[in-house]
Structure formats: structure tokens, C-alpha cells
Design a protein around this ligand. Structure first.
Ligand SMILES: Cc1cc2nc3c(=O)[nH]c(=O)nc-3n(C[C@H](O)[C@H](O)[C@H](O)COP(=O)(O)OP(=O)(O)OC[C@H]3O[C@@H](n4cnc5c(N)ncnc54)[C@H](O)[C@@H]3O)c2cc1C
Length: 324
């Protein structure tokens, strides 16, 4: 069983900053997330977009903000448990907590901060694709360079699909976008940019089969109206089919949940002892759901959790700029 002072549920911006803050307070930390990559909504929905309202950064790309948050927390060695859903919470007689994941990982912790956003994120799977995961099929593009000189097929019509097409086109041997409709959720401007780059955009087209030996080599595409099939070389297929979000497992913890959010008091405490919430999931009168707000909330939550764990410690952590 993993032993930590603090378990953070959700590796979005609030959870990642919480990992730094807990380290600054000398607490050992684990961060669990259903997604295989950290960054929450930023990584899943808009890694290539520029964010203009994070304090201290006049403009920062989503992916770079996540990278910076990981770097900031790294000196404190938080333990990341990715691709697992925090599914059960039990309280021990001494007030400490045990959280179990759907993969069977068990974490014994003195406090929990829930930074679960709108619930556990799961990529919508490519039908019959799972056997190819890690062998050419992916749901994310954490590092663009991994696609250098590959024939890349991107499936989907949303912002992520077109953002990735835009950024991979200069690196990849070829990029093709396929979408089962002829309308796109992606921003019109991005669709035009991709089209202007000469990236083929195949509409009314679906992936019928993924083919290869150890790794992916070819993709069979089928036109949904004519039934016409064609085989394309593809060593990489990126399925950008969107995400589902489910608050389900957290709702079973005995937490008060109101309209898919968790009410908190001014210490960011939930109705459960030693369980705090911050970021998009936390709710109170006047709440605004923004990254900058989540950063402040999670700092509050960590400091209050530190006092709940050890009543002799100070609520105010000191200044990070002081020698320590
Ligand atoms: C397209 C778009 C553009 C945006 N632009 C901006 C912007 O410019 N500026 C701004 O301030 N905000 C912006 N936002 C909003 C911002 O992204 C959110 O406010 C922010 O991501 C919330 O951070 P969070 O850490 O609270 O939660 P999230 O980013 O939602 O992360 C929560 C994480 O918790 C995980 N999780 C939940 N439950 C569980 C569980 N039981 N077990 C394991 N993991 C779990 C989820 O998988 C998820 O990864 C934008 C949002 C979108 C969709």
C-alpha cells in the first residue's frame, strides 16, 4: 500500500499546482488521474491553444503550462498514478483515509484533495481499436516529435483533431484527417488553416480496420455513403473522438454533490473530514471556473489540510522566497 501525507484526485492544473504546494509544505503526495497524461481539460481538450489569463504569463500554450506545472512540482517527487480512477474511499478509526483505484492501487493518506474537474475523463475509444493502443494508436499527442516522419491519420472533427493536424503537418511524412460527417466542431479558422496546408480532409469516412504485424502499418478506410474502401499507409492513428466525463465514483464516497459539483466551505473543506476540494469541481457562492481561481483554491486547500493533519502546524506556510 502506498503511504502519503496527501492524495490529490485529479491531475488537472489545480491538482498539479496542489502537488507543488504540498511539497512546499513538506508533505509527501500522490496524484491520481483517469487519463494516461497529466493536465486535465488542458491536455485533453486544448493542448495547443494559447491561454492569456494565467497570472505571470502574458500568453502560454496549454501544453507548456502543464509542462511548467510538472516542472514546478518535480523537486518534491509527487507520485503520479495515471490511467486509474480513484473509486473508493474509506476512513480508518484514526481519521486517516484509504483510497482504492479501479486498477487495485491502494493509497493510505492523511488527507485527500479532490481536484476532479467535471469528473473522470476517458477518451472515447476508436471502435475495435484498443488492441492497437501503444502500437500505433493513441488518444493523445503528448510529444509531437514522436510522430516525426510517420504517416499519421487523425480521426475526428473537433478542435483537438485539427490542432494536432496543424502541428504535426510540418513533422510527419503525411497527415490525413478523416471524419464521419462533413461538418466539424473545430473552429472554422483552424479547419481552413489545415486545409490550406494541403492536408487531405476525408469526410463521410470511417476507420474500418487497423492492420499491421507488431505495429500499425495500414488503415482501411470506408466511405460511409458509397461503401468504397481504400487502404492508406499509417504508422500512427490518433483518435481524437472526444472525452466522456463521469463524476460517478466520487459521488459514491458520501460527499455532498450538488449539480455535479462539490460544495466547500471557506477552508475548501467538503462535508467529509480531511477531504477537501478545489478547482472546477469545488462550489460556493460566487464561484468562477478558471485556472487562476483553481490555483488559489488548491493552495488554500493544501494549507488547511496541513493543519487538519497536524494541528500544531501553522496555517500560513511562510513565503516561498524565504530561505528554507
Ligand atoms: C476549450 C477550453 C478552453 C479553456 N480556456 C481557458 C482559459 O483560457 N483560461 C482559463 O482560466 N480556463 C480555461 N478553460 C477552463 C479550464 O481548463 C478549467 O477551469 C481547468 O482545466 C480546471 O482545472 P481542474 O484542475 O479543476 O480540473 P480539470 O482540468 O477538469 O482536471 C480534472 C481531472 O480530474 C480527473 N478525475 C476526475 N475524477 C477522477 C477520479 N475519480 N479518479 C481519477 N481522476 C479523476 C479527470 O480525469 C481530469 O483529468 C478552458 C476550458 C476549455 C474546455
Amino acid at each position: 500500500m502506498l503511504e502519503v501525507d496527501l492524495l490529490i484526485v485529479g491531475a488537472g492544473p489545480a491538482g498539479l499546482y496542489g502537488a507543488y504546494y504540498a511539497g512546499f509544505r513538506r508533505m509527501s503526495t500522490a496524484v491520481v488521474d483517469a487519463l494516461p497524461e497529466p493536465g486535465g481539460q488542458v491536455t485533453a481538450l486544448y493542448p495547443e491553444k494559447t491561454i492569456f489569463d494565467v497570472a505571470g504569463f502574458p500568453a502560454i500554450r496549454g501544453r507548456d503550462l502543464v509542462g511548467n506545472l510538472l516542472d514546478q512540482a518535480a523537486p518534491f517527487h509527487p507520485r503520479y498514478i495515471l490511467g486509474e480512477v480513484a473509486s473508493e474511499l474509506t476512513t480508518r478509526p484514526d481519521g486517516s483515509l484509504v483510497v482504492r483505484t479501479d486498477a487495485g492501487t491502494t493509497v493510505h493518506t492523511q488527507a485527500v484533495i479532490i481536484t476532479g474537474g467535471i469528473g473522470e475523463f476517458r477518451p472515447r475509444p476508436l471502435p475495435d481499436g484498443d488492441a492497437w493502443l501503444g502500437r500505433g494508436l493513441s488518444y493523445f499527442v503528448p510529444r509531437l516529435a514522436e510522430h516525426t516522419d510517420l504517416d499519421v491519420l487523425i480521426v475526428g472533427g473537433g478542435d483537438s483533431a485539427f490542432d494536432w493536424a496543424l502541428h504535426l503537418q510540418p513533422l510527419a511524412r503525411s497527415v490525413t484527417v478523416v471524419h464521419r460527417r462533413d461538418r466539424f466542431r473545430a473552429h472554422e479558422h483552424t479547419v481552413s488553416q489545415v486545409s490550406d496546408l494541403g492536408v487531405p480532409i476525408l469526410t463521410f469516412t470511417e476507420v474500418a480496420d487497423l492492420r499491421g504485424a507488431d505495429r500499425l502499418e495500414q488503415v482501411l478506410l470506408r466511405h460511409s455513403r458509397t461503401g468504397e474502401e481504400r487502404l492508406l499507409p499509417a504508422q500512427s492513428v490518433i483518435a481524437a473522438l472526444g472525452f466522456t466525463a463521469d463524476l460517478g465514483p466520487l459521488a459514491g464516497w458520501g460527499l455532498t454533490v450538488s449539480k455535479r459539483h462539490v460544495p466547500v466551505d471557506r477552508r475548501m473543506a467538503t462535508n467529509l473530514p480531511r477531504v477537501y476540494a478545489a478547482g472546477d469541481i469545488a462550489d460556493y457562492a460566487g464561484k468562477v471556473r478558471l485556472i487562476s481561481v483553481g490555483f488559489g483554491e488548491v493552495a488554500l486547500a493544501v494549507n488547511n489540510a496541513a493543519v487538519a493533519i497536524n494541528p500544531d502546524t501553522h496555517l500560513f506556510p511562510g513565503h516561498s522566497s524565504d530561505p528554507h
